[in-house]
Ligand binder design. Structure first.
Ligand code: ADP
Length: 334
């Protein structure tokens, strides 16, 4: 499925630690399993750090063996638990964390998480010199340098399953449904879900929306009988009550929209086959990158190949949403 890098071992590592941080994503367990089994097969001891950077600062680490990761590849969430840790923004705490790893003779750290977690990983490496490899774990697929992230495919399929059901009701009652999907700063999930669900409209934070214009357009096609029902996919965005505001405008045009906020069901659940393969490959290869002397990189995917991306780039550049994708979505629903 992926073209894997050919890497030669040049560095000796006797022990590494792995953690999951930030928002959980389906496939994180498969990634941990990939790391653990790949490391053990190459004679490396593995510690699991519980609750992300919080656990690291609290010295909450457990040795992992092959059996520790049995029967988890199919489970959503992360058995190591995840957390947000404001203390890790402080460089003194990052140095303290490095000391805790050194006390256990842990040579390297693998971080599975979103762009926040990977930014923290970069600073940690830069300040302490402990080799770090990041893996992109987020349902948002908004990380620079990789076309795919662990959890995105599963979240898309979960949202589609819900929308397909909602469409039956929308159609029967000749109503519009505003379906809010996750994505505070990024419309990747909304755009892909919208295309795959045949949504009549997709609203994402990357592009300014004129709610009044949208309401007029929908009301006109409703009156003309060409759009008696429909699905409008809305990325949650940063603006509070965005979806409720859109619903109000539609009401003013005589429509009776319903709102369905998919919320956290998109984050949980069994990872898809795609996410299991992606997570397993990235987890296993992360160990090979470490042994080959790499550090301060994220392992991602580009053009079907597993690639390394400097963690620094994730902080400097933002992954943009391709406007052509939205154009296609709009062409397809007409
Ligand atoms: P995600 O990794 O899913 O994007 P967050 O942005 O909440 O989630 O980040 C998760 C954790 O990563 C934070 O609680 C914090 O511990 C750490 N982190 C995030 N950004 C930074 C940063 N700029 N410097 C240091 N640590 C960070």
């Amino acid at each position: 499925m992926y073209t894997l890098p050919s890497l030669e071992a040049t560095r000796s590592i006797s022990s590494l630690a792995v953690l999951t941080s930030g928002g959980d994503a389906p496939g994180m367990n498969a990634a941990i399993r990939g790391v653990v089994r790949s490391a053990l097969s190459q004679g490396i001891e593995v510690y699991g750090i519980r609750r992300g950077y919080s656990g690291l600062l609290q010295n909450d680490m457990i040795p992992l063996n092959s059996a520790s990761v049995s029967n988890i590849v199919q489970r959503g969430g992360t058995f190591l638990k995840s957390a947000r840790c404001p203390e890790f923004h402080d460089s003194d705490n990052r140095r303290r964390a490095a000391e805790l790893l050194k006390q256990r003779n842990i040579d390297a750290l693998i971080v599975i998480g979103g762009d926040g977690s990977l930014s923290g990983a970069h600073l940690f490496e830069e300040e302490t010199g402990i080799p770090v490899i990041g893996l992109p774990g987020t349902i948002d697929n908004d990380i620079f340098g990789t076309e795919d992230t662990i959890g995105f495919d599963t979240a898309m399929n979960t949202a589609l399953d819900a929308i397909d059901r909602i469409r039956d009701t929308a159609d029967s009652h000749e109503r519009h449904f505003l379906v809010e999907v996750m994505g505070r700063n990024s419309g990747f999930l909304a755009t892909h879900v919208g295309i795959a669900a045949g949504a009549e409209m997709i609203l994402v934070p990357e592009y300014a929306i004129n709610i009044e214009e949208i309401a007029l357009q929908l009301a006109a096609s409703h009156r003309a009988g060409t759009g008696s029902s429909g699905i409008i996919v809305v990325a949650e965005g940063n603006e509070p009550n965005l979806t409720a505001g859109i619903a109000q405008q539609l009401q003013q045009q005589g429509l009776t929209p319903h709102i369905s906020i998919l919320g956290h069901i998109q984050r949980g659940g069994r990872p898809s086959g795609h996410d299991r393969v992606l997570a397993s490959c990235l987890g296993a290869v992360a160990v090979d990158y470490l042994l080959a002397g790499y550090s301060d990189i994220m392992v991602g995917v580009s053009n079907g190949c597993v690639v390394d991306v400097p963690l620094d780039d994730l902080i400097r550049y933002r992954k943009g949403l391709d406007p052509e994708l939205l154009k296609i979505a709009l062409q397809l629903h007409k």
